[in-house]
Design a protein around this ligand. Structure first.
Ligand SMILES: NC(=O)c1ccc[n+]([C@@H]2O[C@H](COP(=O)([O-])OP(=O)(O)OC[C@H]3O[C@@H](n4cnc5c(N)ncnc54)[C@H](OP(=O)(O)O)[C@@H]3O)[C@@H](O)[C@H]2O)c1
Length: 239
């Protein structure tokens, strides 16, 4: 039987890699998108192939719409039908709304919102026998994070897009989002700032990767959920 295919954006490392490995363990062949992290992508491809499924790395700058067409030209080379798209690639420019550079506004919107939209359009054309699109958002979508205006707005809009696409693509394709809180620190916060944020959480710790990826498994297995954002945040939304 031809195995189903899953496409994961930003899959070379960190959360994207964890989503790709989870899907590989579920038996999906993997189209592993990356942009700059070629070495990490190579290692992840090796780990995925060791699980026993097919995996091809695809390099593309998703801020450029033509590169999304290129990405799908390679997705079409897989023998397996596309069944799952995980939109994980994102950037988080820092800057107060009063000062944010227009480039930092556009880049976050282009990558975090327009790219998932264009990827969903192309994926939907190929998911002729059904499928699932999962957008990775952030608990920040429900907040007013003034240090990250373009990121926060892009993730809020991505949750809106999730609902809109879920309605438009039903009944054959489901569209959902996962909104993590704190998982892995990035270079936009210092270790001290990260620890302070974690300490404020009702559950007093960051999420494990498994706590995020098991939500993807849940969304694959429960075929009656569409248009929802599943918040996995240790209570961040309560503060
Ligand atoms: N980390 C957390 O605690 C956390 C919390 C809440 C939500 N999230 C969300 O979860 C997702 C993954 O988070 P993360 O922390 O693992 O992400 P990350 O380390 O910031 O990685 C982002 C990914 O985006 C890709 N990327 C950056 N610019 C790109 C471009 N122009 N074109 C295509 N791809 C590009 C990068 O690919 P390359 O490295 O190959 O360039 C990278 O794999 C994101 O959507 C994020 O908003 C994360």
């Amino acid at each position: 039987m031809t195995k189903s295919l899953a496409l994961v954006t930003g899959g070379a490392h960190r959360l994207g890699k964890a989503f790709a490995l989870t899907l590989a363990r579920m038996g999906y062949s993997i189209a592993l998108h990356y942009r700059g992290s070629a070495n990490e992508a190579e290692h992840t491809v090796k780990e995925i192939r060791e699980i026993g499924v097919d995996c091809i790395p695809i390099r593309a700058d998703l801020m450029i719409p033509e590169k999304i067409d290129f990405l799908f030209s390679l997705v079409d080379e897989f023998k397996s039908p596309l069944k799952v798209l995980v939109n994980s690639a994102a950037i988080m420019p820092v800057g107060k709304p009063q000062e944010l550079d227009i480039k930092d506004w556009d880049s976050a919107l282009d990558l975090n919102l327009r790219a998932p939209f264009l990827l969903a359009q192309e994926a939907a054309k190929r998911m002729t026998k059904g499928g699932l699109i999962v957008n990775i958002t952030d608990i920040g979508a429900q907040k007013a994070w003034s240090r990250y205006p373009s990121y926060t707005v892009s993730k809020a809009a991505l949750e809106s897009l999730t609902k809109l696409l879920a309605r438009a693509l039903a009944p054959s394709i489901r569209v959902n989002a996962i909104a993590p809180g704190l998982v892995l620190p990035s270079d936009v916060v210092t270790e001290a700032q990260w620890n302070k944020l974690v300490e404020k959480l009702p559950l007093k710790r960051a999420a494990t990767l498994h706590e995020i990826t098991s939500t993807l498994e849940f969304l694959i297995k429960n075929e009656y959920i569409t248009g929802q954002t599943i918040v996995v945040d240790g209570g961040y939304s309560l503060i």
